[in-house]
Design a protein around this ligand. Structure first.
Ligand SMILES: [Zn+2]
Length: 692
C-alpha cells in the first residue's frame, strides 16, 4: 500500500514495475477523464498504454482487447465496472499480468466521501488472481480508511509505504468570514490575478451567486455543480483545462477527474466536509510543484449547518459519532494558533510529525498570534447563555453581553418575569452590557473556544440556538482555565507581504516558450501541461540548454520530447541570446569604463533603470556567458578571485546555501553566482578599497 502526496510521483509506483515486469500492468481507476489523461501522458513518453471502460464504442474496445491479447500493451487502465464484467475477467486470465494497481484506493471506504460501491467488489482480485501482486495507492487516508483498504483488498501482509504527505509548495491561509465574497475577491486580486484556481462553495445557490459576483468584477470564471447538464459540465471542464476560463466556482462535485497541474489556488468559501476532504480538495493546487495557495473562510453558520446535517442524518450512531469527531477535528485545525502544517499532519502522518512549529508557509507562521487567558470572559459568556435559556443564537447573546439592542424578532423569545413576553426583558438581565468593553470579534473568538471545549452546544432545527453543555461546570466552578488566541482577519497588506514567487514568468524567454507551448498544444490537440509543465519552461529559462543531451535532462522533458521539439526550443533560445548580444553591444558603447561604479550609476540614470535592474541585466549577461565578471564587476580581476574564495568560506552570509545549490546544478549559472557573491561581499564589508 502506498500513501503519497498528490503530485509526488505516486503513479510511478505502478508505472515503473509495469514496464520492468513481464506482462501488462492493470490499473483500476475511478474516473474516465483521469484514465484518458494518464494514457495521453504515457503515450507522449513512448509507453504503450490504453484504457478500457464501458462507454467506449464496440470497435474501440475490440482494438484494445486485440492489443491486449497480443501482448502489445505495457499498461492498461480499467474502470472498476469494466473489470468486473465476466468477459474482461476471462480475458485477464488468458494473458500475462505484471500487477494490479488500485488507484485512488480510498474510494473503497464506505464511510468516506469518495465512496464508490464498485470498489468494494475489488476484493475478488485476491481470490481470482492470488499470485499477481496488488498495489493500493492513495493520497490521503485516515487510520480508519487505511484499515478498510487493507482489509478489503486482503493486503494484511503487504508493506505500507507511508510517505510524508506534506506538500511543501502549498501556502495555507484560514480566516473568519466577515464580508464573504469580497474577502475572496481581495485574495484573488492581491495574489492570483489571471491565475488558474478553484473556489469551493457548499451549495449550488452559493455557487451561482458567487460566479455572478466574480464575473461582475471581471474575473473569467464559470460555475460547476451537479445540477448542470453533463455535456455542459464537460465543456466547462475543457475550458478550464485549456485556460479559457481561469476560475471555476464549484461544489465538491468538481475535481476528482481534474489533473490540471498549474492550479495556483484552491479556495473554500465555507467548511470543507472534513479534513480528509480538505486534503483531497487542496491537493488539486500546485500539482506542478510550483508555489500555490490554499485559502479558507469559515463562519459559525457553516459550522451550524454541518452540525445539523450530521445530527439529522439517518445513520447508525457509531457513524454519527465518527462524523461529529471529524467536525471537531476540522474546527480544531481551523481555530488552532499553531503551524497549520504541523496541525494537519498530526492527523494524517503521525509518523512524520514535525518537531518545530514554524513552516513559514501558513498564516499562523506568518502572523504569530498572542495567546491570552480568557477564563473570566468565558464565564461571563456561559452565564449569558444560561440566562437566555437556549432561546437565542450566538450573535444575539454577544449583543446582550455588549449591551446592544436586539431586533424585536430576536428579543421576543425571552419572557419577562411574570411570563409576559416583554420586549425589553433582556435589558434587565444581570449579564446585559457585562462585556461592553470588548469587540464582537473578540466575543466570537471566546464562543468558538467554548464550542471547541464542548462547554456549549446547539439545538433547534438548524442548530441555530445555543445552550450550556454539561461539561461547562468545571469552568463555571473555576476548576479550569481557558486560553485563546484571537481570530485573524487578513488585510490586503498581509496578502502582499507574502508575495508569490513567480517573477520568472515575466522573463522574455519564458513568455516566448509559453506561446510556443500554446501553439503546439493547439496543433496536437493536447492540453498545454501535457506538453510541458510550467516548471519545465522555468528550467529551460534557467539552464538554457545548448544540445540534445542537455535538453533531455531538463525536468519533465525526456529523450523523446527533446528530439521532437529541439529545433523549436533551440531556435527560441538562440533568438533570445542574439537579442541580448545586440543589447550588450549598446551597453558597452554607453559604458566605456565599465568597472567604474559611478559609470554604472550614470548608466542607470540615463536608462531610467534602478540599480537593482542594472544588476539583473548584468547578471543575465554573465549567466549567458556573454561577458566575464571582471568586465562588469567593479573589481580588478584578482580581487574577484579573492572575493569568491573568501565568500565560499564564510558560512554566515545569507543566501549561501541557495547559491551553492545553483552552483552545483548549473555550470552556466556559475558566473551569475560569482556576481551575486561579489555583490554581497561588497555590501557586507562595505569595503571602499575593493572598489578602488
Ligand atoms: Zn506553518
Amino acid at each position: 500500500m502506498v500513501v503519497m502526496a498528490t503530485g509526488s510521483g505516486k503513479s510511478l509506483c505502478y508505472q515503473l514495475p509495469s514496464l520492468l515486469r513481464d506482462g501488462v500492468g492493470i490499473v483500476i481507476s475511478p474516473l474516465i477523464a483521469l484514465m484518458k489523461d494518464q494514457v495521453t501522458e504515457l503515450e507522449q513518453l513512448g509507453v504503450a498504454a490504453a484504457c478500457l471502460y464501458t462507454g467506449q464504442s464496440w470497435q474501440q474496445q475490440q482494438e484494445i482487447e486485440q492489443q491486449l491479447k497480443m501482448g502489445a500493451l505495457d499498461i492498461l487502465y480499467l474502470s472498476p465496472e469494466k473489470l468486473m464484467s465476466h468477459s474482461t475477467l476471462q480475458q485477464l486470465h488468458e494473458i500475462d499480468i505484471a500487477l494490479f494497481a488500485i488507484d485512488e484506493a480510498h474510494c473503497i471506504w464506505s464511510w468516506g466521501d469518495y465512496f464508490r460501491p464498485e470498489y468494494q467488489q475489488l476484493n475478488l482480485l485476491a481470490t481470482e488472481f492470488p499470485r499477481i501482486p496488488r498495489i493500493a495507492l492513495t493520497a490521503t487516508a485516515s487510520q480508519q480508511c487505511r484499515e478498510a483498504i487493507i482489509q478489503q483488498l486482503s493486503l494484511e501482509d503487504a508493506q505500507i509505504y507511508d510517505e510524508d504527505i506534506d506538500r511543501n509548495n502549498l501556502i495555507y491561509w484560514v480566516q473568519p468570514k466577515q464580508r464573504g465574497n469580497k474577502q475572496l475577491l481581495e485574495f484573488i486580486l492581491c495574489r492570483h490575478k489571471g491565475h488558474s484556481g478553484i473556489v469551493y462553495c457548499s451549495t449550488r445557490k452559493q455557487v451561482e451567486e458567487l460566479q455572478l459576483f466574480l464575473s461582475a468584477e471581471n474575473i473569467a470564471c464559470e460555475s460547476y455543480h451537479a445540477g448542470i447538464e453533463a455535456s455542459d459540465r464537460w465543456k466547462i471542464q475543457q475550458r478550464f483545462m485549456t485556460d479559457e476560463t481561469s476560475v471555476i466556482v464549484a461544489t465538491v462535485a468538481f475535481g476528482l477527474g481534474i489533473n490540471k497541474p498549474d492550479v495556483r489556488f484552491v479556495a473554500h468559501m465555507g467548511l470543507p466536509q472534513n479534513l480528509d476532504a480538505y486534503l483531497q480538495e487542496t491537493g488539486r493546487a500546485g500539482r506542478d510543484g510550483q508555489e500555490a495557495d490554499v485559502w479558507m473562510l469559515f463562519g459559525l453558520r457553516d459550522y451550524q449547518r454541518r452540525l445539523s446535517w450530521i445530527l439529522n442524518e439517518e445513520t447508525f450512531e457509531e457513524k454519527r459519532q465518527f462524523e461529529l469527531q471529524q467536525l471537531h477535528n476540522m474546527m480544531d485545525y481551523i481555530l488552532d494558533h499553531q503551524c497549520r502544517r504541523k496541525k494537519l499532519f498530526e492527523y494524517y502522518s503521525p509518523k512524520h510529525q514535525r518537531q518545530d512549529c514554524t513552516c513559514h508557509q501558513c498564516d499562523n507562521c506568518f502572523f504569530i498570534k498572542k495567546t491570552t487567558e480568557i477564563t473570566e470572559d468565558a464565564r461571563k459568556a456561559l452565564s449569558a447563555v444560561h440566562h437566555c435559556k437556549g432561546q437565542l443564537g450566538v450573535d444575539s447573546i454577544i449583543k446582550i453581553l455588549r449591551g446592544k439592542k436586539l431586533s424585536n424578532s430576536m428579543a421576543l423569545p425571552l419572557e419577562g418575569k411574570n411570563g409576559n413576553k416583554d420586549e425589553i426583558a433582556y435589558q434587565s438581565l444581570s449579564v446585559y452590557g457585562l462585556g461592553a468593553e470588548q469587540s464582537t470579534d473578540y466575543w466570537r473568538s471566546v464562543f468558538w473556544k467554548l464550542i471547541l471545549e464542548g462547554a456549549v452546544c446547539f439545538q433547534g432545527e438548524y442548530c441555530e440556538l445555543i445552550k450550556l453543555a454539561p461539561s461547562c461546570k468545571a469552568l463555571l466552578k473555576g476548576e479550569e482555565t481557558l486560553h485563546q488566541s484571537g481570530l485573524k482577519y487578513f488585510t490586503t497588506q498581509d496578502f502582499f507581504s507574502h508575495k508569490y514567487q513567480d517573477e520568472y514568468k515575466n522573463h522574455p524567454l519564458y513568455k516566448k516558450l509559453q506561446s510556443l507551448r500554446s501553439a503546439l498544444a493547439t496543433k496536437l490537440s493536447l492540453y498545454q501541461y501535457q506538453l510541458f509543465s510550467d516548471e519545465t519552461l522555468q528550467q529551460l529559462v534557467e539552464k538554457m540548454p545548448q544540445n540534445i543531451s542537455q535538453l533531455s535532462v531538463i525536468e519533465g522533458m525526456g529523450k523523446m520530447r527533446a528530439q521532437k521539439y529541439a529545433d523549436e526550443i533551440f531556435g527560441l533560445i538562440q533568438q533570445y541570446k542574439d537579442q541580448k548580444c545586440t543589447e550588450l553591444k549598446h551597453v558597452l558603447l554607453d559604458l566605456p569604463q565599465i568597472i567604474d561604479p559611478q559609470a554604472i550609476e550614470h548608466y542607470a540614470v540615463t536608462k531610467a533603470l534602478t540599480l537593482q535592474e542594472v544588476d539583473q541585466q548584468f547578471s543575465e549577461y554573465l549567466r549567458l556567458g556573454l561577458v566575464h565578471p571582471h568586465q562588469i564587476l567593479p573589481f580588478p580581476k584578482e580581487k574577484i578571485q579573492a572575493v569568491i574564495a573568501e565568500w565560499t568560506f564564510q558560512t554566515d552570509l545569507s543566501g549561501r546555501v541557495e547559491a551553492q545549490q545553483f552552483y552545483k546544478n548549473q555550470y552556466e549559472s556559475h558566473w551569475f553566482n560569482c556576481f551575486c557573491q561579489a555583490q554581497r561581499f561588497l555590501q557586507q564589508t562595505n569595503n571602499k578599497e575593493a572598489i578602488e
